[in-house]
Design a protein around this ligand. Sequence first.
Ligand code: G1P
Ligand code: ZN
Length: 543
Amino acid sequence: MPIREITTKPYLDQKPGTAGLRKKVTVFQQPHYLENFLQSIFDCAPEIRGATLVIGGDGRYHNRDAIRTAISMAAANGVRHIVVGQGGLLSTPAASNLIRKRGAAGGLLFTASHNPAGPDGDFGVKFNIAGGGQAGEGLTDRIYQQSKSITRYRNCDDADIDLDRRGEQTLEGTTIEIVDCVDDYAALMQSLFDFDRMRDWIKKGHSLRFDAMHAVTGPYAQRILVEQLGAPAGAILNANPLPDFGGGHPDPNLVYGKHLVDLAFGEGAPELLAASDGDGDRNMILGRGIFISPGDSLAMLAANLPQLPGYRDGLRGIARSMPTSRAADRVAKELKVPLYETPTGWKFFCNLLDAGNVTICGEESFGTSSSHAREKDGLWAVLAWLNVLAISGRSVREIAEAHWQHYGRHYFARHDYDELPATHAEAVMQAFAGSLASLQGQQVSGYEVTTADEFSYQDRVDGSIAVAQGLRVVCGEQARIVMRLSGTGTQGATLRVYLERYEKDPSAQGWNPAEALAPLAAAADQLARISALTGRKAPSLVT
Ligand code: G1P
Ligand code: ZN
């Protein structure tokens, strides 16, 4: 099995987005496509040579082939030790944890998150650095530049790797260690949460449902919720990971998780309902008769976290992405800890976490996590809620209502316009940008505009600046309209419109979010001429 240098020609479309390089499976199946990108990573991150590398994926179609290629190329590029999840499976947070725990120089994560899978579905690859977080803007751009001029890559001939056999194998002097995908992650969760209290809560007959959506969290939920915490097997829905995610769309939100919403609002609803996405980093939380929006979940967990074993020292700070509702800001204020506002994408939290500035962070896109990892973590959020329920003796609804009573309520929604021609999406952004110039001091939907600008961000730790991170109209604490284009789509452009309105008075909090936000939605449409410029009468998705 000698190591070979193979001649190749660059593809010019390997620019990673918000969460790595994401394309159709058919694009990844082109000759040398994946190899070019992986070699670009090895070339730009020489620290991996002679070091440990973690490799895993969300189990979607093409996962095993890609992982075999990655192992073989890593060996050919002089990686000393490769740690791989058995069967090629590792949830994104579990991979982040393994990188940290093993002191690895990095990790290759094969996932397109919640995007549909299968031969016609999506595939993706992400490079995470030592410390466990996704590579930052600078390194990501260097990898992209390298991919545009690549002429050769290194690979082992006929590498025969058994992904299912736990233990060690060797390839050209490299050790390949196949590990159980759950063990280390479950141990981490035990170090953060009160498993005894949660076990008691379940034993007393309190009920929960977790939907793994035929994606990677099945084995994690089975081990932790069923085997360790004693939940009945029926508490886990769609527990077996499938290469096409059962034909579903493992994106836990009000649309793709509607069956859970129906269950939560139906007769005999369980007390806690939750779901995670394809690669296990997102979460959706519901209780009997209530949906907890992600911005609220971040705020409510932040307020309650110091009661949980792993967080008894209190919070260092809270971070949220700019479009995420400002509910967490009020908790930070009350706890007298800093609140950091970052661009969309988890990588912006990582430097803050590394510097010890932040304990919990979250995004409106159903992502929440803490300083225990450098990725968002779906099951972590579910366990955090479960632990809060178990120690407080309150229901999800009681916790939410008490929170709103105390802090006020932030109504929030995101309207997505999917698969737009790029020209239409850009025209909308331009129209909105054009409106911003004259909005200062004007009224929008009855609120006075205090800021109208484009968000940019300077990293406090490395000084890097991220520009063009979304356009926003801010009406003090009362309301906001934010627009940006998605960086994770694989088909056309996606416009995201984020609406937020604050209601302090508990007696005026009875609205449903759609009603509460309708005037702001109309204002957004008017300011950016969305329907006029796209021909769409309504968003494709409201979450
Ligand atoms: C989306 C979400 C963002 C999240 C990312 C990866 O990115 O909006 O919050 O970090 O997926 O899960 P977008 O498509 O908006 O660029
Ligand atoms: Zn994901």
